[in-house]
Design a protein around this ligand. Structure first.
Ligand code: NAD
Ligand code: DAU
Length: 355
């Protein structure tokens, strides 16, 4: 048995693949385009593991997808591949529409064609797990209840709009074709292997170099934080027990203002890597992100009561693990920041791009 994972060289995807194989899951065929966010160094420990087959390619390449389905006959698809950074979507939305919407459409079409060829039993067991975000619901007021699965969609950035578009396609494929899709909408993840453009790894990397810690606007925006391996477990649970056609919100019960997150991180670094004047002195308030969502929060009652999932890490334990990981893996951060990881990828995988 095999599963097809898309975007498995990115932050959450690589954590998922590592956890999946460590937990004794079946073979993974990992399809990833290796954009700036894809990094095979994340999967170095699987380099000679026969349970991991890496294919460099685009989810929008339907011919390649048909070939992969014919060759590997997966029992499920877990779809992470996306452009994922809100700030980049503001500067260049085209790639977001292309990958998140058109790419997901092509993947759905190729998967549906394959699913239609399956015998009854395999067809009824097949699943398409679509990994999405809480940002599709828009922004909450200070005292609003958290997003539930019935909260109306109101995306505010090109990123969240493109993810909302993909969610709607997935929903329509279930409604129209009976396609066995399950969607998860998750809050902000953090943990090992996160590209240092996102808040937590950016702040850790800058703090260690003594650079400014740029807090957008007043820093009072609220996010709900979830340690990445908890998200990976939620995806495994939704894949095995989630009901086709359903969506499940996933969150960490850990709402924090951005400034609180940065303070916690500075204080932890003060203990682990003391610095004259303390790390908080590096904080610099900068111009706000255009259209910046004020608050996200998740009501995860459904996945907890129906599927029995709750997060294992608190924000405090998860943050400590994360900071220690970045301290212990300074070479990974340095390679990403210098761009050296891309040379390594090109040298090792450029010629092996899937055709
Ligand atoms: P990431 O940017 O770290 O990784 C994305 C991966 O997708 C990269 O490896 C990249 O090379 C690959 N990719 C991009 N375009 C591709 C294409 N056209 N074809 C094949 N591969 C392609 O993203 P992430 O933070 O790991 O997020 C993974 C998924 O989870 C995304 O769908 C994102 O929307 C969703 N999500 C992320 C968070 C979060 O906090 N990071 C929270 C909720 C949901
Ligand atoms: O909510 C889930 C989403 O979380 C995912 O769908 C996205 O893929 C993921 O990138 C993340 O989106 P955010 O925009 O919330 O994450 P980011 O790390 O970019 O920013 C977190 C908060 O911190 C946000 O309010 C903006 C702020 N911020 C961010 C950066 C990079 C700063 O104040 N300074 C910064 O330098």
């Amino acid at each position: 048995m095999t599963i097809l994972v898309t975007g498995g060289a990115g932050f959450i995807g690589s954590n998922f693949v590592l956890d999946w194989i460590a937990a004794g899951g079946e073979k993974v065929v990992n399809l990833d385009k290796l954009t700036y966010a894809g990094n095979l160094a994340n999967l170095a420990s699987l380099a000679s593991n026969p349970k991991h087959a890496f294919v460099r390619g685009d989810i929008g390449d339907r011919e390649l997808l048909a070939k992969l389905f014919a060759e590997h006959a997966p029992r499920a698809v877990v779809h992470f591949a996306a452009e994922s950074h809100v700030d980049r979507s503001i500067h260049g939305p085209a790639a977001f529409v292309q990958t998140n919407m058109v790419g997901t459409f092509e993947l759905l079409e190729a998967t549906r064609a394959y699913w239609n060829t399956l015998a009854d039993d395999a067809r009824s067991r097949f699943r398409f797990l679509h990994v999405s975000t809480d940002e599709v619901y828009g922004s909450l007021g200070e005292n609003d209840p958290g997003f539930s699965e019935t909260t109306p969609y109101a995306p505010n950035s090109p990123y969240s709009a493109s993810k909302a578009g993909s969610d709607h396609l997935v929903r329509a494929y279930h409604h129209t074709y009976g396609f066995p899709a399950v969607t998860t909408n998750c809050s902000n993840n953090y943990g090992p292997y996160q590209f240092p453009e996102k808040l937590i790894p950016l702040m850790v990397a800058n703090a260690l170099e003594g650079r400014d810690l740029p807090v957008y606007g007043d820093g009072r925006q609220v996010r709900d934080w979830l340690y990445v391996s908890d998200h990976c477990e939620a995806i495994r649970v939704a894949l095995e027990r989630g009901r086709p056609g359903e969506t499940y919100n996933v969150g960490g019960n850990s709402e924090r203002r951005n400034l609180e997150v940065v303070h916690a991180l500075c204080d932890a670094l003060d203990k682990l890597r003391p610095r004259a004047g303390g790390h908080r002195s590096l904080i610099k308030f900068v111009t706000d992100r255009p259209g910046h969502d004020r608050r996200y929060a998740i009501d995860a009652t459904k996945i907890s009561t129906e599927l029995g999932w709750t997060p294992r890490e608190t924000f405090e334990t998860g943050l400590e693990r994360t900071i220690r990981w970045y301290l212990d893996n300074a070479a990974w951060v340095a390679q990403v920041k210098s761009g050296e990881y891309r040379n390594w990828l090109d040298a090792n995988y450029g010629k092996r791009s899937a055709a």
